[in-house]
Design a protein around this ligand. Structure first.
Ligand SMILES: C[S@@+](CC[C@H](N)C(=O)[O-])C[C@H]1O[C@@H](n2cnc3c(N)ncnc32)[C@H](O)[C@@H]1O
Length: 273
């Protein structure tokens, strides 16, 4: 199935406006392969019919389906391991030492995909820090894709997903199996709030976070959008709060007051106190 140039131009603009993701002109094949299943699902002959429907109704179910199809949702439990080691071995012990007992801890996974990132955090807190039981721990996860928001809320993973990065001891402890699916147990969801958020749009009122995970998403944006998002992150971080970026991301060349610190396991971006 091939896409006419005018339809590709429309879709690029549509995706840019809705998500700030800029699809290069070389991404025409990506769109073809991702939209072909949607044509079948909606009983449409080709991508031009998707474009016609989007022009008539840019906010409907098809619009969500197109955005779900074009966003890249690659993720897995404990992805890149080092940020999670830094969290477990350094950051959380420091926060506990600094805040004392019975305090509040807020952590946000700001482009959560299907939820493996925030559930990895939840398992670390549950398994390694029994002292947090008396704390007010609040975990947040958000994504622009409504399908990803629903998946994170559901916390249901298939065999392949639980075989990527998740130690078997954690699988046994924190998931229950029904048929081919693995369900996150309720104790991990208790303090989790999941919501839809386009990072490139104005943000609603959010609490102040001790730690923000913003990994493997800035790569899709142009420099002004990255800067605007980092400015918003600065506003929702506690003084001294920490930001994790993806392994191939940095603030190099971007205007931000976040300070890069090389820590024991990986770099962190810290809001000065
Ligand atoms: C590659 S995944 C990264 C998931 C996870 N953070 C990780 O590192 O494993 C990128 C996620 O960013 C989301 N995303 C893309 N554009 C976004 C936007 N404008 N606002 C919020 N999320 C966005 C996608 O839907 C996708 O789930």
């Amino acid at each position: 199935m091939s896409i006419a140039q005018k339809d590709f131009d429309f879709l690029r603009k549509f995706v840019l406006e809705k998500t700030a993701i800029s699809l290069g002109s070389d991404k025409i094949y990506l769109l073809e392969s991702r939209l072909a299943p949607l044509c079948r699902e909606y009983g449409l002959a080709d991508v031009s019919e998707i474009v016609d429907l989007l022009r008539k109704s840019p906010l409907g179910r098809l619009s969500s389906s197109v955005l779900d199809a074009v966003t890249t949702n690659e993720t897995y439990f404990f992805r890149d391991s080092k940020p999670f080691l830094e969290l477990e071995k350094e950051l959380i012990p420091e926060l506990i030492a600094r805040k004392g007992s019975c305090s509040t801890l807020k952590i946000w996974s700001a482009a959560c995909s299907s939820g493996q990132e925030i559930y990895s955090v939840a398992m670390i807190l549950e398994d390694k820090f029994p002292e947090l039981k008396s704390w007010n721990v609040q975990l947040y996860a958000s994504d622009v894709s409504s399908a990803m928001v629903d998946r994170t809320k559901a916390g249901v993973f298939n065999q392949l997903e639980v075989s990527r990065g998740l130690p078997s001891s954690m699988l046994i402890k924190h998931f229950s199996r029904k048929g081919e699916s693995f369900y996150v147990k309720e104790h991990l969801k208790r303090c989790l709030e999941v919501f839809a958020l386009n990072l490139a749009s104005p943000w609603p009122a959010l609490p102040k976070f001790d730690v923000v995970f913003l990994r493997n998403v800035l790569i899709y944006f142009d420099p002004p959008t990255k800067e605007a998002i980092l400015r918003k992150v600065e506003k929702v971080l506690e003084p001294g709060g920490s930001l994790f970026l993806g392994g191939s991301e940095s603030t190099l060349g971007l205007r931000t007051s976040l300070v890069r610190k090389m820590r024991t396991f990986c770099p962190l971006y810290v809001l000065p106190s």
